[in-house]
Ligand binder design. Structure first.
Ligand code: F6P
Length: 470
C-alpha cells in the first residue's frame, strides 16, 4: 500500500467511470461541487483521495487520476440504503437544513453510519504516512475524525463541514448527538462555512458534552480543538477561461436564439433538492406572469434541476411536485413555441453550464438553506464582461460574501417578486457596479485562498500551505 502525506477523505471519489471507444472503463475527474473545490490542491501535493465510487459492491482498484491516488471504499446495497440514503440524507441533511423537510430517525441507520464511518477511518489510517495530514469532508463522515485519532494519534486531522451546522434547538433532536459531536472533535481543526455555524457547534459542545468551549477553541479529552469559519470557493480562473472560450460564447448566442431572443433570461441551476427553494421560486415567477408584471414573450425562465438522491422518498415527492407545477405554469401561460419555463431535469457538462451562465441576465439562486452554493460563485466567475444580476437568498452561505447581490428571503414571496422585478428593471450601471465588486471579492477569495487558509490554520508549520501556488 502506497502511503501519502496528504489524504482527503470524502464520501465520493472525485471520478466518474465512462466507457472509452475501445470498451475499456475510463476513470475521469468528475466536475463541480466538492470535487471541483479540492482538485487544484491535490494536483500540487502527493495525495490520496479515499471515497466511494457511487456503485454498490466490491471496491475496484483505480488508476491515479491527474496524479492523485484513488482509494475506493466498498459500500454494499444495504450500506448505501442505510448510510447514504438513510442517516446522511434523510436524517442529517434535512436536520442541518433548518428541518425544511422532517428528519427521520432509525436506529438501523445509525448502526450503518457507524459501520461505514469506521470503514472510511480504516482506509484513511492505511493510506496515511506517519505524521500525515488527513482532511475529512462533510456530514457523511462526522465520526471519522474521532475513529481515526483512536487508530492513528500521530496524524494531523482536519474536518470540514460543507453544509450548514444547525442551532442547538434543532441539533438537540438527534438521538446520538453526543457521539456525533465527539466524532467531529477528534479533529485538530473543525471548519465550517459560516461563523454562525462555528458558534452553534461551540454552544453544543458546552451544552451536550459539558466541556469548556468558545467559538474558536474547545477543550476535550486533554486536547484543544480549534474551530473556525472558512467559506469554500471555486476555481475562478478556470470558470473565467471556460466562459471566455469562443465556442462557449458562440453556444451562448445559439442558446439565446433557441430561447426566442427574449429581452430577459432568468436562470436557475440546482440539484433537485427541497432545500433549493425551487417551488417558492416557481410560485413567485408564476404570480408575476399572472399579475401582468412579466410577459412570457419578453422574459423566459430556464430551470435546470439536476437529478439527485433519486431513491430517497422526499426527493421523489419533490420532483413530482415541481414537474406538476412547471406543467401547470406552462399550460396556463405558455404559447406554442413559447413555454414560460424551460425545465431541464438533467446534468450538463461544464461548458454547456458556462454558456447558460453567459445567457442568464438574472441568475436566481434562492435556496431555503444552503451551506455555501457554488453555483452563485460560478455565475459571478462566468460573467467576464461584468454584466448580470445575481438574485441570492440570505440563507445561502454565499450571501455573507456577496452583499452586492440582490438579496432575498425566499420565504417572503412578495419580497422575492419585488426584488426580481427590481433586478429586471435595474440600470446597466447598477448591475455592473454590483457584479464588479462581487468579481473582485471572488478573485481574492477563490478556491486556492480557501485551501490555503484552512491548511495554514490546521498545519501551523505552514509546510503544506507553502506548496500551494498563489
Ligand atoms: O452540498 C453537499 C454535497 O454533498 C456536495 O458535496 C455534493 O456536491 C452534493 O451535496 C451532491 O451530493 P451527492 O453526493 O448526494 O450527490
Amino acid at each position: 500500500m502506497r502511503q501519502s502525506s496528504l489524504v482527503v477523505v470524502a464520501n465520493r471519489l472525485p471520478v466518474d467511470d465512462s466507457v472509452a471507444p475501445d470498451g475499456a472503463c475510463e476513470w475521469r475527474r468528475s466536475p463541480g461541487g466538492l470535487v471541483g473545490a479540492l482538485h487544484p490542491i491535490l494536483q500540487q501535493t502527493p495525495a490520496t483521495w479515499v471515497g466511494w465510487t457511487g456503485d454498490a459492491g466490491d471496491a475496484p482498484t483505480l488508476p491515479d487520476v491527474d496524479g492523485v491516488r484513488m482509494h475506493a471504499v466498498a459500500l454494499s446495497a444495504e450500506d448505501i440504503r442505510d448510510h447514504y440514503e438513510g442517516f446522511a440524507n434523510a436524517t442529517l441533511w434535512p436536520l442541518y437544513h433548518d428541518s425544511v423537510e422532517h428528519p427521520t430517525y432509525h436506529r438501523r441507520w445509525w448502526e450503518a453510519y457507524q459501520r461505514v464511518n469506521q470503514r472510511f477511518a480504516d482506509a484513511a489510517a492505511e493510506t496515511a504516512e506517519p505524521g500525515a495530514l488527513v482532511w475529512v469532508q462533510d456530514y457523511h463522515l462526522q465520526l471519522v475524525p474521532g475513529m481515526l485519532r483512536a487508530l492513528r494519534p500521530d496524524l494531523l486531522i482536519g474536518f470540514f463541514l460543507h453544509v450548514p451546522f444547525p442551532p442547538p434547538e434543532l441539533f438537540m433532536q438527534l438521538p446520538r448527538r453526543a457521539e456525533l459531536l465527539l466524532g467531529m472533535l477528534g479533529a485538530d481543526l473543525v471548519g465550517f462555512q459560516r461563523v454562525q455555524a462555528a458558534h452553534n457547534f461551540a454552544q453544543l459542545a458546552a451544552k451536550v458534552l459539558k466541556v469548556p468551549a468558545t467559538d474558536r477553541r474547545i477543550a476535550v479529552e486533554g486536547r484543544v480543538v480549534r474551530v473556525g469559519a472558512f467559506p469554500v470557493s471555486i476555481d475562478m480562473a478556470e470558470m473565467e477561461a471556460l466562459s471566455a472560450r469562443p465556442d462557449v460564447a458562440a453556444r451562448a448566442v445559439q442558446l439565446r436564439a433557441d430561447l426566442g431572443d427574449p429581452q430577459h433570461v432568468i436562470l436557475s441551476v440546482d440539484r433537485m433538492d427541497y432545500t433549493k427553494g425551487i417551488e417558492h421560486r416557481l410560485q413567485a415567477f408564476s404570480e408575476l406572469i399572472a399579475e401582468g408584471h412579466i410577459k412570457v414573450h419578453d422574459t423566459v425562465m430556464v430551470q435546470v434541476a439536476v437529478p439527485s438522491r433519486e431513491r430517497v422518498a422526499q426527493y421523489q415527492i419533490l420532483r413530482d411536485r415541481v414537474e406538476r407545477e412547471v406543467g401547470r405554469i406552462n399550460g396556463e401561460f405558455g404559447r406554442v413555441g413559447e413555454p414560460a419555463i424551460h425545465y431541464l431535469n438533467q446534468s450538463f457538462d461544464r461548458s454547456e453550464l458556462a454558456a447558460l451562465y453567459r445567457v442568464a441576465d438574472i441568475m436566481a439562486v434562492t435556496p431555503l438553506r444552503d451551506g455555501m452554493n457554488l453555483v452563485a460563485k460560478e455565475y459571478v466567475a462566468a460573467r467576464v464582461d461584468d454584466t448580470g444580476a445575481l438574485l441570492l437568498s440570505e440563507f445561502a452561505g454565499a450571501a455573507a460574501e456577496f452583499q452586492q447581490a440582490y438579496l432575498v428571503n425566499p420565504h417572503d414571496l412578495d419580497g422575492l417578486k419585488l426584488t426580481l422585478l427590481h433586478a429586471l428593471d435595474a440600470s446597466p450601471a447598477d448591475i455592473t457596479d454590483r457584479m464588479r465588486s462581487m468579481r473582485a471579492h471572488l478573485r481574492v477569495h477563490d478556491i486556492r485562498a480557501w485551501a490555503r487558509s484552512y491548511l495554514t490554520a490546521l498545519d501551523r508549520s505552514g509546510a503544506l500551505a507553502a506548496r500551494l501556488t498563489p
